[in-house]
Every structure is written in C-alpha cells, then in structure tokens.
Design a protein around this ligand. Structure first.
Ligand SMILES: Cc1ncc(C[n+]2csc(CCOP(=O)(O)OP(=O)(O)O)c2C)c(N)n1
Ligand SMILES: [Mg+2]
Length: 640
C-alpha cells in the first residue's frame, strides 16, 4: 500500500476512535483529535519511545498542551500498546476509568504530565527540555551522548493566547533549547468561534523575536509534515511548527466549525464521515488490522531503541558518564549535613543555609528564583549556573517557572525548587495546583511571609495566601518559627515524593524557640510550652510563635496557666489522628490561634482567631505588628 494511503487510513482510525469515544460518553472534544490526526500519524514515525518501558530516560517527551484532545491522546496510547484496552476507550470520562476527561499524570500509562488548564503544557515542554539540557550537561561528553532526545509539544490557539506560553517560550529561546519542537495546531478556531474575534498577533514574528525558528506546514499533507518535523529536529534553536489545520477534519458538515470543538458530532455525522473515508459506518470502536499492526510496531521498535541505548552505554567513555547519571539518580538523603542554628535569624536565611546543605549532598537538587534570589536567599554557593550548574535564572516569570519545575520534577532524576516572594505565589498558583493534583514533588520557597515585609507595603504583604495554599489538597505549607523547625520541614518534605511542599519564610529575624515539650515537628504541630492545668492554648505559626510564648509569660504573671502549640505545617497537623491533636491542643482549654494572616482555617482548631482582617500597610515592620494587634497587650485585651 502506498505510504500516504496507509497514513490516511491510520489517521482516520484515530479520528473515528475519538469521535466514537466522545459520542458514547456524550461529552468531550472531537474537533482537536480529528484535526490533529494526520500530524499524530507522522509524529508517531518520528517519536522515539518505548511502550514496554514508559520511563526510559532517553525517550522523547510528548506533551499534549491542549489537554482537551484526550480522544487523540488515549487513542494513541492504545494504538502504541501502552496497556490501554479498547474497553478503556469505551469507558472514556466514566468514574474510575483509565481515561478521564483530561490526561492525568500517574493515572494513565504514558501520560508525561497532567494538562487541561491551557498553556501549562507549553511551559511543561520547556521544562522537559530544560531538564534534559541539565542532565545532558552532567552526563554527555564530546564523544558520546547519553541524553539526546527531543521534546515535542502539541498546542492550540488557546495555549498561545495564555500568557504563560509567552513567559516559557521566552526562556526557551534564551536558553536555545534546540531539542524542543512545538507543533501549533493552527485551526484558527476556539470555543466561541473564529480566532479573528480575539487575536490578530503575528505568531511567526512573536516567536522569531523570542529566538525561535518558525516553520510552517499544511497539517493535512503527510509529506509536508514529515519534511517539516525532519527540519525541526536538525535545528539549533527551539522550533515552532505552525501547522495549518482544519478542526474536525473529516467530520463532513462539521469540518471547520467551532461547534465541533467540545460536543459530540452526532451519530449521523459520524456515520457519514466513516462512509466517506471508506470505513464501515456500522462499526464503532473499530481499528483495521493493518492499522493496528503498524501502530503496534512501536513496541518492538521502542524496545530496540532502548536496547541500543543501553548497548551504547557499555562503551568506555559512557561508563564514566553512567556514573555521573547514577550520582544524579542516587536518592540517599542521609548524606545531608543539616545545619544547626543557635541565634535569632530570619527563616529566609536559615532556609538558604539548608538549601545549600541539601545541594552539597544531593547532585540532583537544583533551582532558582524569579529574579529574587538575593532576597529569597536561594543562591546555591559554588554550584555554577544552569545548564552546567545548578542555579537557574528563571527571570521574572513566576508562572512559567513553577510549571517548568513541575516538568523537571517528573523528568526523572531531578529535585527542583523555585522561589519568589510569598505574595507573588498568586502568579504561579495554577502550576502549584497541578503539582498538588498530579503528585509532583516541587519545593516552593516563598519568603517575605507577612506584614513583616514592612516598608514595601500592602502590595507586597501576603494576607490570604496561607489560607489559599492550605486549602489545596496534597500541598504542604510550612511556616517555620526558627531554623530547627525549618530543618524538620525540609526533612519531612524531602521524604514526601508524591507531594509538593512550600516553605514560607520570614524577612525579619525570629528568635530560636525551645525544643518540643511533647510531639514532633514532623507531624505538623507540637506542644512547645505547657503548664499544669492550662486553661488556655495559644496556637501559632512562624513569627507569631515567639509572640505566643511571650503572651504565655504575661498570662502566667497574671496567674493564668497556658499552653503554646507551634503549628509550622497546618496541613500535616490536621491529618494527624484525633488522639495526637487532642494531646497537643487540650480540648477543654480556650483555644486561640494567632497568625499575621487571614487565618480562616484555624477555626477548625481554635475558638478564636487573631489574624488579619484587612490588607497591611507601608511602615517599618515593628509598627505594623503593633498597628494590626500583634502585641502581647493587644492579644491579652482580645482574649481577656
Ligand atoms: C486556562 C484555561 N482557560 C480556559 C479553558 C477552557 N477551554 C478549553 S479548550 C478552550 C478553547 C481552546 O481553543 P484551542 O486551543 O484553539 O483548541 P481547539 O478549539 O482548536 O481544539 C477553552 C477556552 C481551559 N481549559 N484552560
Ligand atoms: Mg484552535
């Protein structure tokens, strides 16, 4: 059979699988899968991957930034032989299926990362490429490369409209990520209709200005797609391929229509489309034998590719490079020499020392800041600059930074951290949410944690952020009171390989607090000071722990016995069993939470919350704590 006739048959098989899936589920997106089917078939010929070992390190990465194209994604993983069955395709979007509405990392074999919120995938692809360049810089040599794969990303109009793609692609161009190939499904259609409604920018000029090579092709002409991908692979810059496509290609009267974006095509349209393509309109969820056989070649071909790669590693220079790779992959954390802290210090400083201690012992630990490392204290001393070294300069691109680090964390052997001011965590929230949802171990360093910021004023003073991130499931927010709590926070976070953690650190100095009276820091909260027959429990985190201790002293002077519970990680503390929590916070005491933040979540543990009900202000920090009631006298007055 002529190669293009076969390609067409393969693409049509994908089209009708996707159309049948959406029709059966009575929900989903047939347009993008059908418009991308021709590209997917040719990309399939270029993609180096091994369905038998989806975690082969040197595989090409493939990111579907338009996560709504699940009809295409699951069809491909089924056809390639990743363990999905036809029954799974029939269960598309159903409870507990392997084929949920948008692709979920860790849920379906082969999915490289969770996508759905538009734009994230483009930044993730940049992250995969950045990860490959770092690992490559450690393990490749002039004579042989251990890491030489490509990163492909399929994206749509929506992904390029989202600001995160601008940030991420700017950084990609700056870092000359030559193995990155973004294929833009330029169908000029989004949900509301033609892209003429809302965008008229020159995408070619935008990407060229960002240091990319821009190619274009007819997204339904196999030879053109093939030649364009071949050119892109040989490029010395990141490449954008503008693929001119028609949404819902092959769907008869719905071809080219925005109505095909996110609704079933209808039985009639599907039957007519199948007939027109020479498929039996009566057959649903059907793949011709020769099509199946051709796609399943990926299993043997992929196995061979990986075996060749393993064989390559047995040559002499590569043996040494392998040792570099083993060092990266070594997850033994017992080598870390944890610092000890004896005097008052800002937790951003103690945190910086901890980062350096981890980096010295763990070669896969790397990261950076959105241009705030001097303030965040995140510079890794004597560790050089990315890609050879471990200090990454993300620029002022918080959203892309966090999304890039998500991909770096799932790439393989890397443990990335990112940092910015806590108030600007708002700028990266969507990526933090994906980290939590997908179980990605990214470490977020967020300094300047409260009105303690001081003179920079309310734009820079976080109020609601602690509540927001504590509300995020599978996300652990630490707000240490001193260096010892900070160390415990990191020990705990490093051991939680399926959860992101954040370290919310102070700008100002905090006193060293005493050792626990009862309980463990690693359980999120512990009894810090106690009196026999305490009638009141003061609960606090971070900078307010010192204040709680002073308030206890003042209460004691008045003859009131009191306990102080430090809760550096609210999320972890409320996960403890009731017995533990009740041992720390004695139920029949009056429970008062003190935190220079909104504090709504404390009502789960406290009778009263002394928090922030307004934005902060611009003044020296000590005056702000006084103005907003964070003094011993003000607290005594409030709790009477
Ligand atoms: C951040 C975000 N905003 C909005 C949506 C909802 N949404 C899903 S697809 C889509 C339109 C995307 O258009 P395009 O990327 O061109 O995909 P196509 O219609 O061509 O398949 C929108 C607005 C989303 N998934 N993510
Ligand atoms: Mg579109």
């Amino acid at each position: 059979m002529d190669v293009n006739v076969m390609r067409k048959k393969m693409a049509d098989s994908i089209r009708f699988l996707a159309a049948d899936m959406v029709q059966r589920a009575n929900s989903g997106h047939p347009g993008a899968p059908m418009g991308l089917a021709d590209i997917a078939v040719v990309l399939s010929e270029h993609l180096n991957h091994n369905p038998k070992n989806p975690s082969w390190l040197n595989r090409d990465r493939l990111v579907f930034s338009g996560g709504h194209a699940t009809g295409l994604i699951y069809s491909l993983y089924y056809l390639w032989g990743y363990g999905l069955e036809m029954e799974d395709l029939k269960q598309f979007r159903q409870l507990d299926s392997k084929t949920p509405g948008h692709p979920e990392y860790g849920h379906t074999q082969g999915i490289e990362i969770t996508t759905g919120p538009l734009g994230q995938g483009v930044a993730n692809a940049v992250g995969f490429s950045m990860a490959s360049k770092f690992v490559g810089a450690q393990v490749n040599s002039e004579t042989a490369d251990l890491i030489d794969h490509n990163v492909y990303c399929l994206c749509g109009d929506g992904d390029l409209e989202e600001g995160i793609s601008y940030e991420a692609c700017s950084l990609a161009g700056h870092n000359k990520l030559d193995n990155l190939i973004v294929i833009y499904d330029s169908n000029r259609i989004t949900i509301e209709g033609s892209t003429d409604l809302s965008i008229s920018e020159n995408i070619t000029q935008r990407f060229e200005a960002q240091g990319w090579d821009v190619l274009s092709c007819d997204g339904h002409d196999y030879d053109d797609i093939d030649a364009t991908i071949t050119t892109a692979k040989a490029n010395t810059k990141p490449t954008l391929i503008i693929a001119n496509t028609i949404i819902a290609k092959g769907a008869g009267k719905l071809e080219g229509s925005h109505h095909a974006h996110g609704a079933p095509l209808g039985e009639e349209v599907i039957a007519e489309a199948k007939k027109a393509a020479g498929f039996d309109p009566e057959k649903k969820f059907f793949v011709p034998e020769d099509v199946m056989a051709r796609f399943r070649c990926a299993i043997e071909e992929g196995d061979l590719l990986e075996r060749e790669w393993i064989h390559r590693q047995k040559t002499l220079p590569l043996m040494e490079q392998n040792e570099a790779l083993s060092a990266l992959e070594n997850t033994d954390l017992s080598r870390i020499q944890w610092p000890e802290f004896e005097k008052a210090d800002a937790t951003r400083n103690t945190n910086g020392k901890i980062l350096n201690a981890i980096a010295r012992a763990v070669p896969s630990f790397l990261g950076g800041s959105a241009d705030l490392s001097p303030s965040n204290k995140t510079h890794l001393n004597d560790m050089g600059t990315y890609p050879k070294g471990r200090n990454i300069y993300f620029g002022i691109r918080e959203h892309a930074m966090a999304s890039i680090a998500n991909a770096m964390a799932v790439y393989g052997p890397l443990k990335p951290f990112t940092s910015t001011f806590f108030v600007f965590s708002d700028y990266l929230k969507p990526a933090a949410r994906i980290a939590a949802l997908a179980g990605i171990q990214q470490f977020f360093v967020w300094t300047h944690d409260s009105i303690g910021v001081g003179e920079d004023g309310p734009t820079h003073e976080p109020i609601e952020q602690l509540s927001q991130f504590r509300a995020l499931p599978n996300f652990y927010v630490w707000r240490p009171a001193d260096g010892a709590e900070n160390v415990a926070a990191w020990k705990t976070a490093l051991a939680m390989s399926k959860s992101p953690s954040a370290f919310v650190c102070s700008r100002q100095n905090l006193a060293v607090v005493p050792a626990p009276v009862k309980g463990d820091i690693s359980r999120g909260g512990y009894l810090l000071a106690s009196d026999i027959n305490a009638v009141i429990t003061l609960i606090a985190s971070g900078s307010e722990v010192e204040l709680a201790l002073k308030t206890k002293e003042a209460l004691n002077e008045k003859g009131v016995p009191a306990n102080v519970v430090s809760v550096p990680c609210y999320d972890l503390f409320i996960e403890q069993d009731a017995a533990y929590i009740n041992e720390m916070i004695i139920p029949d005491t009056k429970k008062v939470a003190i935190e220079a933040a909104r504090g709504l979540e404390w009502y789960k543990l406290a009778d009263e919350v002394i928090g922030m009900d307004t934005f902060g202000a611009s003044a020296p920090a000590s005056q702000l704590f006084e103005k907003f009631g964070f003094t011993v006298d003000a607290i005594l007055e409030k709790i009477k």
